[in-house]
Design a protein around this ligand. Sequence first.
Ligand code: GSH
Length: 318
Amino acid sequence: MLKGAKMAAPTGLILYYHPYSFYAQKVVMTLHEKELNFEPIVINLIKGEQYSSTFLKINPRGEVPVLLDNGKIIPDSARIIDYLEDNFSNGSVRLIPLGKNLDVRAKVEKYRQMIDPLPAGAITMGSFFHSELCGQQKMPFIKPIRMKFKDAEINSANNLRLHAELNPDAKSVLLKKAENQDKKHQLITTKEEYKKILDSVAEVLEKVESELANHDEEGMWLCSKEYSIADISLTILLVRLDALGLDSYFWTNGKSKYIEKYYRRVQKRDSFKKTIPSFNQHMAILIGSQTPLSIGIGIIGAIGIVTTVAILFKKIIV
Ligand SMILES: N[C@@H](CCC(=O)N[C@@H](CS)C(=O)NCC(=O)O)C(=O)O
């Protein structure tokens, strides 16, 4: 049994996740929006637990999120969200409006199809190689973490090939992933290519801004008065861009004032507060994520992070 695994909550749902995972955040927010109990199990991506042979048996891709419903394994955020919507909507909130308004439903699907394909991993990792394009990076992407992720990105393809040799059952999946990783690395480390990725985000956000600007009713979210699955995609995208310091690239300082307003509003939702770690939670996660080696180097490592965080605190949390 994986470390931290406990008995399932009454729904029988168990979620393997990490609080910083972009894709896991979408699922966590969906679960909270639908007010579904679940047992969260953290797979420590910073320590590389996703490639433990135990976890690779659950998901040979070595990725979170993965949902377990009474033993049934469902990987991939989009599949999980659809599964929850299809199987857990009786008596709980629907995030894809059904029935009466086909236009709304089509719009939700349209925005989901537009936002979800944006490459969150490439956007995130690329920002660590082109910090001149970013403004103030925020939690959790403080300097020691950015350096750690950058190193992990540089070593990722080799690491995948190593785990492929060690885990014959996951070998072909991991080798394919390593091949894709090589291509991704090439793209994100080339500034012109990374800018093209940001252009594709800008294109989507322009459509979102004009949708929000054209709402003629009060209290509208992206597609309707009900917060939908398309809103979850948009919310988590904005959270990530903001944390990477790309908010100033895309929407702050009057660049996209409807998105700016939307982002302020969505942060007040309960599900947002339960999904996106608070400052104290960040501290606990970052300290808890130290590898045995850095703990071996001494408590200095932890103190270093706490101090860095404390120094950055005033700059970051404004
Ligand atoms: N298509 C998958 C992507 C999942 C994914 O890329 N998860 C990342 C975290 S955001 C991960 O687990 N990465 C660990 C790794 O690849 O080593 C989904 O939508 O769930």
